[in-house]
Design a protein around this ligand. Structure first.
Ligand SMILES: [Zn+2]
Length: 530
């Protein structure tokens, strides 16, 4: 009997153990699924972001004035301010552009020194100072550039310097990058100072460089120098070109996202070389210089730099911010990144364009070795172009390269003349008044969008302004479908006519909001307000 009972008890325990063995993981799984679903169902726009949305909207420009402004914009696009390289600028076009700005905006260029002064820097760049009445307020800087990249005319369907308007778009080199900002800022400034007669409390600056496309050393760098020499030490924030309002940029997100660049990748040219392994081609050494360097390059490609996609990364926040605006499937993913981050991270790494946002990229671009077919060269050098992720230093990247190559004969050397350190990550989110000011101005003009941070892959003039502020943002108020991206620096660059109206509106709203930043008369409306 006892034996039977014992056997029965053991059996039951086994069943319980077995039940627990199968049931527990199922329960955990169910709980996980439930938690994910609840997160997805309940995700909503954060209050701080919602509260920045305007209760109403309206354009500041009436139609007759808009046509006039549009005409000026087209005239600016017709001047071919092409930068080929730092020593090859189109100086006659730059001179023409200078005269054009001075005659188009006479009130900004003299006679109103109590309100605004303008200094021409390095012959063709401009620095405007708009003097505020309250010296306790830290000034800010709006930056843009007036030069454009060259064109391959035969690949264009339109004359790149005719600024043809087809009803919906204006086609021209510079329409997007970056003359809309140059003209939009100046139109808004003229309106702000002389039509609206705003009394300026906070001093601000407008810096327009003329050689951004070929380094910015004569333009933005010199503007920064002039500011420094005037005793300007800090800026509340700096806003330059960068990301835009994008449609179809994030999977599962139909709503336009206004991406604000909060950092910029660094730049490093690295040589990977070996010296002193020579020999005759009739009796070659076991390992030639070419072989050693080939192996080194191949290892650098096989073991790419680490990637950064975790809760502290900018891209993680981008997706979290997108969650309330996504289709249900993506809502499920973006609101549960704690669970799906590895899957999402792998997706990022799948494509070259998204991989570049989460890691330092490694591009072998040059390979030098040998001079005669029957001589084994004693040296070989490969050049690697790294774009350095803001979560790494250039030193980290070099150390990783050396570790991956794992060959003491190979020298890994940084070109110290050309490197640019990755930019610090500027504050973003509800705790940054400057980011919120920008987000508010964006939402006033693009109320259908949401604002999220991003990391810039391309470089801008902001590298020269980093010392002035920790709040450096890269955003242009232009609207772009991701499919139109190749037009930038490509063919048939264009901007929507209506978008140009929004460009001027945005800069005006920003000037108004920055002027009120201390008073912050922000209209906070409740979610159920009608
Ligand atoms: Zn640009």
């Amino acid at each position: 009997m006892l034996a039977w009972l014992t056997a029965r008890g053991t059996k039951r325990r086994r069943w319980i153990a077995c039940g627990l063995g199968v049931g527990l993981p199922v329960l955990v799984l169910l709980a996980l699924v439930l938690a994910c679903l609840i997160n997805a169902w309940s995700v909503s726009e954060p209050d701080w972001h919602y509260q920045l949305r305007p209760s109403g909207s309206g354009h500041l420009i009436n139609d007759s004035l808009f046509e006039e402004r549009l005409g000026r914009f087209q005239a600016a696009l017709r001047i071919p301010t092409i930068s080929v390289d730092a020593r090859n600028l189109n100086e006659s076009a730059l001179e023409e552009f200078k005269n054009f700005l001075q005659t188009s905006f006479p009130r900004l260029h003299g006679g109103n020194e109590d309100k605004i002064t303008c200094e021409v820097v390095s012959n063709y760049s401009f620095l405007y100072e708009i003097k505020g009445s309250d010296e306790s307020l830290t000034p800010y800087l709006l930056a843009a550039h007036l030069d454009v990249v060259p064109v391959e005319e035969d690949k264009w369907n339109y004359d790149p310097f005719e600024a043809m308007k087809d009803g919906e778009y204006i086609y021209a080199r510079g329409a997007f990058d970056d003359k809309h900002a140059v003209m939009g800022i100046l139109e808004a400034l003229d309106y702000f100072l002389f039509t609206k007669n705003e009394s300026v409390k906070r001093t601000f600056y407008v810096g327009i460089g003329h050689d951004e496309e070929v380094s910015g050393r004569q333009g933005a760098a010199k503007i920064a120098e002039v500011l420094h020499n005037r005793g300007v030490k800090t800026m509340d924030f700096v806003l330059d070109e960068g990301f835009v309002v994008l449609t179809n940029a994030l999977p599962g997100v139909q709503v336009p996202v206004a991406l604000v660049g909060v950092s910029e990748k660094g730049y490093a040219e690295v040589s990977v070389s070996v010296d002193g392994v020579s020999g005759h081609s009739s009796m070659p050494p076991k390992e030639s210089a070419i072989g050693i360097i080939s192996k080194a390059v191949s290892r650098l490609e096989a073991y790419p730099q680490p990637h950064f996609f975790d809760s502290s990364s900018v891209e993680y926040t981008t997706l979290e911010t997108a969650a309330p605006h996504s289709s249900f499937l993506y809502k499920l993913i973006y609101s549960n990144l704690w669970l799906f981050k590895n899957i999402v991270s792998n997706q990022f790494l799948e494509s070259a364009s998204t991989a570049a946002t989460v890691r330092t990229t490694t591009a072998p671009t040059l390979f030098n070795a040998g001079y005669k077919i029957n001589v084994v060269p004693s040296t070989a050098t490969a050049y690697i172009n790294h774009r350095v992720h803001p979560k790494q230093t250039i030193e980290d990247v070099l150390e990783y390269d050396r570790e991956v190559i794992g060959d003491s004969r190979v020298n890994v050397t940084l070109n110290t003349d050309t490197y640019i350190r990755p930019h610090p990550i500027s504050p973003y989110g509800p705790d940054s008044p400057q980011y919120k000011l920008l987000a508010r101005s964006i939402l006033e003009v693009f109320p259908q969008s949401f604002v999220a941070p991003g990391t810039m892959i391309a470089t801008t003039d902001t590298k020269y302004y980093l010392n002035f502020s920790k709040n450096v943002y890269r955003f242009a108020p232009t609207f772009l479908d991701i499919e139109d991206m190749p037009r930038l620096h490509g063919h048939d660059e264009r901007i929507r006519v209506e978008n140009y109206r929004e460009v001027v509106d945005f800069f005006f709203r920003l000037m108004v909001n920055a002027n009120q930043v201390n008073a912050r008369p922000l209209h906070v409306h409740a979610r159920n307000e009608l």
